[in-house]
Design a protein around this ligand. Sequence first.
Ligand code: ASC
Length: 150
Amino acid sequence: MKTLASLVLAAAAITLSAPASAQFAKPEDAIKYRKSALTIMATHFGRVGAMANGRVPFDAKVAADNAAIAETMSKLPWTAFVPGSDAGDTKAKSEIWSDNAKFKEAAEKMQGEMVKVAAAARTGNIDAIKSAVGATGGTCKACHDAFRKE
Ligand code: ASC
């Protein structure tokens, strides 16, 4: 039992510390993962955005719930930009890998702004939400302009 427990722990430690590339069997799995995460993030961010823009009536609880999901999702896509996943069903530009520090900075900027959307949504202050949504949308666009193909 003790041996089994330590084997399980060792396996978990290896899984968690392995390079990201080892966590996807194939490049297309990584592409599917990051696109899925970004789609879910955009869906929930979009629901908050729709309230910020007045397209749907403001509901503080709905805004806070959706913003929390968007915040969580914003953390996920990045480990899936593994080397070799610039080819295939993806709009990812090769600059993601050749200028990776800049890509990382753009990704972190978005995550930082998304934290503010979730914080604003928890306060229920629509003006704070509007401002945070605008700033976050700007970071989405900046990253797409630099690192996403048409
Ligand atoms: C969104 C969304 C994006 C960004 C971008 C901002 O809601 O899905 O990709 O904002 O449109 O310009």
